[in-house]
Ligand binder design. Sequence first.
Ligand SMILES: C[S@@+](CC[C@H](N)C(=O)[O-])C[C@H]1O[C@@H](n2cnc3c(N)ncnc32)[C@H](O)[C@@H]1O
Length: 237
Amino acid sequence: MTENIYDTEYVKGLFNRMSNSYERMNYITSFGFSIRWRSQFLQHLEATKEKVEIIDLLTGMGETWYAVKKRFPNANLTALDFSGEMIKRAKIKNAKYYQNKVLLEQQDVLKNELESKKYDFAICSFGLKTFDAEQLSILARETKRILKDGGQFSFIEVSKPDNWLLRILYQIHLSWLVPLVGRLLLGNPSEYKMLWAYTVKFGNVRKASEIFRNAGLEVQEQAYFYGCATGFSGKNA
Ligand SMILES: C[S@@+](CC[C@H](N)C(=O)[O-])C[C@H]1O[C@@H](n2cnc3c(N)ncnc32)[C@H](O)[C@@H]1O
């Protein structure tokens, strides 16, 4: 029987198993790009020193919090993820670096209990690829529901670049080098192989941004480093 790679329990298991190595792996294998992209995708949101409400959807272990705090120093940050193992590590980070001020929510974003119209900003880094079209529609609807009127959002995802040469190099990197590093350093290559499988199926944000537009959100698309990551941002108009 073939596995449904978009099944929420399957995805949760994958991230639970990767949690002990995810952050280090990200750092080693992205040559610093993931850090740069996490800060770049926030630049599509108006910076403010006000006490705004921000939600980091699919927060992982809080990889984006540092960039969020830099751009929004006085924001109240809520961070949501459904993986118990990721949340466990996010809790440690919260206590160590953020005085436990980040509000952690262990919930499935597709069935969440977040308050409607609460947030000024909704963000999401590298969490789109594990959703199929139907799940992306739910995500779009939920993003619209939880954002205040005029609230802003920015999403980013690793993508298949349009340029064929870059695509081949990127394919070698993600499908071969990343699992190899995973095996040599961390002992779990098969989980990291899935990264490329999801990226191939995802392509880029074009379809997702259309789904968000159809949900009634104002959407602009962005490309990062020649399309090795793509994103979309906009407003709840
Ligand atoms: C690739 S990681 C991204 C983590 C982080 N945002 C980053 O920038 O590295 C995706 C995260 O989304 C979470 N996730 C996937 N599907 C989810 C869902 N339906 N509800 C909540 N969290 C989910 C996973 O547990 C995982 O921690």
